[in-house]
Design a protein around this ligand. Structure first.
Ligand SMILES: [Zn+2]
Length: 70
């Protein structure tokens, strides 16, 4: 008995993940963590030259380009 033991791991790492948005956006991150995503892109300072995404932190992009010079 007790074989209906659902071991759901809701411990999906940190929300403020260091992964590139470019990768996150392909998965369910936006759907599941919309507010987190907003905070990541809310005040964009960097642009990804590869896929055109923007983020406040360059570590969240794969090919970083500064949005504003200086
Ligand atoms: Zn990218």
């Amino acid at each position: 008995m007790g074989d209906k033991n659902k071991t759901e791991k809701k411990d999906k790492k940190n929300k403020k993940t260091g992964k590139a948005l470019c990768k996150l956006a392909k998965g369910d991150f936006i759907k599941e963590h919309l507010e987190d995503y907003k905070s990541l892109v809310g005040d964009p300072k960097y642009l990804c030259r590869k896929c055109g995404r923007v983020a406040a932190d360059k570590k969240n992009l794969c090919k970083t380009e500064k949005l504003q010079e200086g």
